[in-house]
Design a protein around this ligand. Structure first.
Ligand code: GLN
Length: 194
């Protein structure tokens, strides 16, 4: 069973995409729901708000433990921030789980390009082939400023990583649920959570 953290943000579309991939997926808001899932998607939205809601819903401890125990996780945009080891320009009271050794700067692409789209070349999806037509929608996206050893960069835009993987953690700085393309979700299901 897959879970999508459903405290705030773009969770509903992720559930639909996962259903479209033929897997059972539920919205996760409580520790009991978290217990019932094998892998978790953390959606885009607002990372500082989501961080507060993780605390107020009593999910911080359980989520930390599951992630530390290698529960597969796919973090998109704000979800990437919440999984990152280091957050630059975060709010003082926001906390991240530090399960992937990257440093991300919140809203790092700057005001003039608050939102943009790009066609990505992504390695190893679609049956292991590289594809060059993955449309990515960036919305006040975090920018990856450092990638640690052991982190695999699967796609970049102008030399900046936008899809990274480390062990059972996959992150993207864009919103893969907004386009009618489930290939990144399938990569997560088949090669990260599988
Ligand atoms: N700027 C948001 C944050 O700091 C992320 C934006 C998004 O998820 N689309 O969490």
């Amino acid at each position: 069973m897959l879970g999508v953290l459903a405290l705030q943000g773009a969770f509903a579309r992720h559930v639909e995409v996962l259903h479209g991939c033929g897997v059972d997926a539920i919205e996760v808001r409580t520790p009991e729901q978290l217990d019932s899932v094998d892998a978790l998607v953390i959606p885009g939205g607002e990372s500082s708000t989501m961080s507060k809601l993780i605390d107020s819903n009593g999910l911080r401890g359980a989520l930390s433990e599951r992630l530390a125990a290698a529960m597969p996780a796919f973090g998109t945009c704000a979800g990437m921030i919440l999984l990152a080891d280091e957050v630059l320009d975060g709010r003082a009271d926001q906390a991240s789980f530090g399960v992937i050794d990257i440093a991300v700067r919140r809203n790092g692409y700057g005001r003039q390009i608050d939102s943009f789209e790009s066609d990505l070349l992504i390695d190893g999806i679609d049956g292991g082939e590289a594809v060059d037509d993955f449309r990515a929608v960036f919305i006040r996206a975090p920018i990856v400023e450092r990638v640690g050893n052991g982190v695999e960069v699967l796609a970049s835009v102008d030399g900046t990583p936008v899809v990274c993987r480390s062990g059972t953690t996959l992150v993207s700085s864009f919103h893969p649920e907004l386009t009618n393309d489930d290939r990144l979700h399938r990569l997560f299901l088949d090669h990260v959570a599988g």
